[in-house]
Design a protein around this ligand. Structure first.
Ligand SMILES: Nc1ncnc2c1ncn2[C@@H]1O[C@H](COP(=O)(O)OP(=O)(O)O)[C@@H](O)[C@H]1O
Ligand SMILES: CC(=O)N[C@@H](CCC(=O)OP(=O)(O)O)C(=O)O
Length: 294
């Protein structure tokens, strides 16, 4: 290796040094989205797991909350059930909630844990209903009454249980299910909402949503229309204009709530972009969309 090559290689490492020093011991919550997790390319999925293992290796307390919406829809179809969403939330009857829980805990959570373990970190799968309690969701993100069946509204995050796993050296991997406070039954939780509430309860320094889009787009059909910074005050007009729609609604609503509850920074990044998580955390160059107060 010549001097120029050595300089180029070490430059990258040294650039990361102040971030590593600053972030050591901080808590980051990463929402690992179902959309790109179902990517048939295992290399892409492995890269995300590798980035997560990297964060853990430099002393960041990473907590993963995963989705699995596409896997649930597929499992429902195999049982002859049709998926139906209202503002990005799945209508979940009794038959569906059993499929939701089984798919998330027994398929997706295991897959995510296996990928993270292969990358050299120590994942600990936590079925969401062991750390999240809820009541039945009664209103949507606009405050209008809704009845989506077994869809929950989180009332408690057992932060102590999650922190204990971290203190024991594990990387918690949480599925988006919660236990009904009144009936002790499992309820389906949108994974973006679960990630936001977990981040708030842990007072996370960063909350990163990884999905299959570059971030929030002003024209969802045009990947070049990225909104790099989204102010909270822009949200209502964008909702009315139909720009923040479907899966973006719970994502944006939970991002705002997390900021209001003390999470320092919230980002939406593209999980398909190789090592987007490392780029986002260890360089000055923000990629994706950052949600800010104002
Ligand atoms: N303005 C927008 N910008 C980007 N994506 C949008 C927008 N409006 C709706 N979407 C949809 O939101 C999806 C991401 O949310 P979601 O389906 O919950 O994915 P994930 O499971 O990866 O979190 C995108 O794949 C896209 O179809
Ligand atoms: C209530 C509700 O909508 N729950 C979601 C839980 C999974 C999820 O959110 O997965 P993604 O992040 O991959 O979309 C669902 O049933 O699809």
């Amino acid at each position: 290796m010549n001097v120029a090559e050595i300089t180029a290689k070490t430059k990258v490492l040294l650039e990361a040094l102040p971030y590593i020093q600053d972030f050591r011991g901080s808590t980051f919550v990463v929402k690992y989205g179902g959309s790109f997790m179902d990517d048939p390319d295992p290399v892409a999925r492995g890269r995300v797991a590798c980035d997560i293992a990297f964060l853990a290796a430099v002393g960041i307390n990473v907590v993963v909350v995963h989705g699995g919406g596409k896997a649930i829809t597929k499992a429902m179809a195999e049982s002859g059930l049709k998926a139906n969403f209202v503002n990005g939330m799945r209508v979940t009857d009794e038959a569906a909630v059993a499929i939701v829980k089984r798919t998330l805990d027994e398929v997706v959570n295991r897959d995510v844990c296996a990928a993270i373990a292969s990358a050299g970190a120590k994942p600990k799968g936590l079925p969401g209903d062991t750390v999240l309690a809820c009541e039945k969701l009664a209103v949507d993100d606009d405050g209008n009454p809704v009845d989506l069946g077994y869809v929950g509204d989180i009332t408690e995050v057992k932060a102590k249980v999650i922190k204990k796993e971290i203190a024991d050296g594990f990387l918690p991997v949480i599925s988006p299910v919660a236990e009904g406070f009144a009936d002790e039954k499992p309820y389906n939780i949108n994974a973006d909402v679960a990630a936001g509430r977990v981040a708030s309860a842990l007072r996370a320094r960063r909350l990163v949503y990884m999905s299959d889009v570059p971030g929030l787009l002003s024209d969802p059909a045009n990947p070049d229309s990225l909104i790099s910074t989204l102010k909270v005050s822009q949200v209502d007009p964008l909702k009315k204009a139909g720009v923040i729609d479907k899966g973006m609604r719970p994502k944006v609503a939970s991002a705002i709530r997390a900021l209001q509850e003390g999470v320092q920074r919230v980002h939406f990044i593209d999980g398909r972009l190789p090592h987007s998580l490392l780029l986002e955390i260890f360089t000055d160059k923000g990629i994706g969309t950052e949600i800010v107060q104002g």
